[in-house]
Design a binder for this molecule. Sequence first.
Ligand SMILES: [Cu+2]
Length: 456
Amino acid sequence: MSFTRRQILGGLAGLAVVGLGAGGASRYWLGRTGPGEGHDYELIAAPLDVELVPGFKTPAWAFGASAPGTELRVRQGDWLRVRFINQLPVETTIHWHGIRLPLEMDGVPYVSQLPVKPGEYFDYKFRVPDAGSYWYHPHVSSSEELGRGLVGPLIVEEREPTGFAHERVVSLKSWHVDEQGAFTDFSVTREAAREGTAGRLSTINGVPQGVIELPAGQVTRVRILNLDNTVTYRLNLPGAEAMIYALDGNPVKPRPLGKDYWLGPGMRMCLAIRAPAAGEELSLRNGPVRLGTFRSVASHDTPGDWPPELPANPVAEPDLANAEKLNFNFEWVGSMSVTAEGKPPSLWQINGKAWDITDKTCADRPIAKLEKGKSYIFELKNMTQYQHPIHLHGMSFKVIASNRKDVIPYFTDTYLLGRNERARIALVADNPGVWMFHCHVIDHMETGLMAAIEVS
Ligand SMILES: [Cu+2]
């Protein structure tokens, strides 16, 4: 596939709609139902100083006025039209994690589009087929760009009321900053070869030890999004009345949160939480560590009941009896010593092949070619000592089995493959394109753990 600069619309010179300071993105909801002219959001990526460590400035990059960035909302089945303006000193793109969309809108450089250069803009327009909690982020220089704060929630609302009267969005991210708020290395080879390079400072919605208010006695829909580069959060809410309503972008039969839920990078969970009496608090924890607090505040509404199961998304059901089986082996190579000049180390492989983020032609050599409309079962085999949240672009897949745990089959876009785990996922190859299939631990992805899968 080749691109010309012409396809990436010109610079800011001809842009009539920019009336905003750097770092400010506005939402003006035009409520249109077709692609047409104009856009629903103007999203600006720009440098933004944030105060993560009291008294110190951190030179973040942000989509809009905060990091994590502007919350985008759209209704299921409608078009989302975003004019993305790059006011960063570097080139970038936006990938819409979990959204089933045409390849041209997928935000992968040199596969979907050319990178958007500083001062340029790009119009993203696509219809959103599925309701749920999604997010957006660049797919260029990801360790640094996501690490500096270029992540944001994308919420697709159901077409009909769901029975939830209250809702909160909780974005989790840890920051690679020191005690003075200065950035530390986003990727360290020694760490990239293990769990990935973790940040030191945890935040919820960009605030260390953030507090979120819930109406007392009410059931609130709480969308928890892991927008972190590296960390798998072992989420728990001691003493809470909490039910899981959706995993990643898709509804599940409501079930109790239980002891904990492991939410890998890129993964999401939709909980229903019944808040305790006014003044009481619940700790949102990662294992034993508190990330933030839900505080119950007085509510005059009559106590709400648990809403019914959320409506299923229109994802095609794979034909398991006639599906073709494909094997994907995730391996550790760890050849840290021999790294060519300017190349990241090659530490990980899928089926014996390491992705090289500095080689623009990798996507020309897909690791698998699928026939459009056919069902497939992928056998995922983790041959490493580390867990990998495996993400597929363009299509949702159904998790059907694991040798490590009981699976209640569910549709998702990211599966947390445990150390040495073997899991089976299935899908209908119904979206033509060249789709990235990768680990969402960002420095695993950048040191080999990515591949392309072609559907035609
Ligand atoms: Cu990984």
